[in-house]
Design a protein around this ligand. Structure first.
Ligand code: ZN
Length: 442
């Protein structure tokens, strides 16, 4: 509560830079710090970390093999089948493909512990036919999707192997999923299904392409709602049929209204009409006109408020255009084409604390990052402790054909994930789980 108050207070009063610095605070309880020191000193944990270092080349080879299997959103089947085999080989139990082609498996704990989930996404933004040949230059690997999220998938496999090889027994169950439909119009289809199938997940970590080497922890989620809004009218000759309502004029009224909407800076809330189309010729009253509207916010209530206002404006525009011409012939169709929930929880969650101390344990400097739009959006919107971390190495050019991955010390990614898993799920005979069991969702 105190922290929340401090943050909102500072964000209102201080400049952006100061506010960002202030928001870097985490308040880690001393017993959590002590737990991580104990974990880092444990011989079997050290063994697991050694394993990860030795497994680095193997992990990179797997990352290369995965990226070469085309996996555009909605067409992930081949990569999913391949990944299923790899999860089994790595030693997970109950490895299965679900109804939407997510592939999940579990490492069972000793029982009665919390349930932790890690995921990395199988899909890429690159369409079928994209050249996925890996080119190596100056120690970097170039290929579309090499980091986002082939790295997350490969890091996950390495973590599983390390846990199996070191025979560490966690207290809680740890689920690992390769998920479909993370990108674009996939609209988080895969992770939504995982949370529908598992109502009792207590904590979550997304393994994503690393944008800053082993440091950033993103704990806020920018939610987005997207709509396609189409006006349809009778259409007609611009001169002879003058007096009929126009779909384009209605669209213009709507865009003018939406453009004037006021939204808060904090929580960051945004809107844009991203595309428009309509009409057939300069001398026709347009029979049809369409816009795609994107609205985002780090806060679900603000997103809802914005959505209600914008959609009302869209409806009112049709009414106003009809009224202007004393007509009832123009109508509006509103279709939701995207829904990614978001949230702005406090950084003081067990998952953020565990990742923070894990980054420190591998010699990194942890930092809190701004909101992202990832699979963590879903658990964050459900109030489940969740965060996103880079899966090791360094990358740039994500979502472009120039995407590259620098594998230097990439094993530190899985090392960080492994330590966080052990802290959160607990280690039998060493440490109790940090993660609290929640009551299952309905
Ligand atoms: Zn990604």
């Amino acid at each position: 509560m105190t922290t929340l108050f401090k943050h909102s207070f500072c964000l209102v009063l201080l400049s952006g830079i100061q506010a960002a610095a202030f928001a870097q605070e985490v308040n880690i309880p001393p017993n959590t710090e002590a737990l991580f020191s104990k974990l880092a000193a444990d011989p079997s944990v050290k063994q697991a970390l050694d394993f990860l270092k030795k497994d680095d080349a193997n992990t990179l080879a797997e990352q290369k093999a995965l990226v070469m299997i085309p996996s555009p959103t909605f067409k992930e089947q081949k990569r999913a089948e391949d990944f299923l085999g790899r999860l089994k080989k790595a030693g997970l139990d109950e490895v299965r493909m679900d109804s939407v082609s997510n592939v999940c498996g579990v490492l069972h704990g000793t029982g009665k512990g919390p349930k932790l989930l890690l995921s990395a996404h199988l899909d890429t933004v690159f369409p079928e036919g994209t050249d996925l040949t890996i080119k190596e230059k100056d120690g970097k690997l170039y290929a579309p999707g090499i980091a986002d999220d082939a790295r997350g998938l490969a890091a996950m496999l390495s973590v599983v192997r390390a846990l199996k090889a070191s025979r560490i027994k966690t207290v809680g169950d740890v689920w690992f999923c390769g998920t479909v439909g993370e990108e674009g119009l996939g609209d988080l289809k895969g992770i939504k299904q995982v949370f529908r199938d598992h109502k009792d997940i207590d904590g979550y970590i997304a393994l994503e392409s690393p944008t800053v080497p082993n440091e950033e922890i993103s704990y806020q989620a920018a939610g987005s709602n997207r709509y396609r809004i189409t006006y349809k009218g009778p259409g007609g000759h611009s001169y002879q049929a003058f007096g009929l309502p126009s779909a384009i004029h209605a669209l213009g009224r709507a865009i003018a209204g939406i453009s004037d909407l006021q939204v808060p800076k904090t929580p960051k809330t945004t809107f844009t009409v991203g595309t428009i189309s309509g009409g057939t010729s300069v001398n026709s009253i347009a029979a049809e006109a369409t816009m795609d509207l994107d609205m985002r916010s780090n806060d679900n209530a603000e997103l809802q408020k914005l959505e209600t206002q914008a959609l009302q404006i869209a409806k009112d525009a049709a009414v106003a255009e009809n009224k202007r011409w004393n007509s009832d012939k123009l109508r509006v169709e509103i279709t939701q084409v995207g829904a990614r929930p978001g949230g702005s929880p406090s950084p003081d969650s067990t998952v953020v604390h565990a990742l923070w101390l894990s980054v420190k344990a591998i010699g990194g400097t942890p930092k809190l990052a701004g909101a992202r739009s990832t699979e963590a959006n879903l658990p964050i919107s459900l109030g489940i402790p969740a965060a996103v971390v880079g899966a090791g190495g360094y990358s740039q050019g994500i979502h472009s054909k120039e995407e590259w991955f620098d594998p230097a010390n990439a094993y530190l990614g899985p090392s960080k994930a492994l330590l966080a898993i052990l802290g959160l799920a607990g280690v039998d005979g060493v440490s109790a789980p940090l993660l609290q069991k929640r009551s299952p969702r309905q």
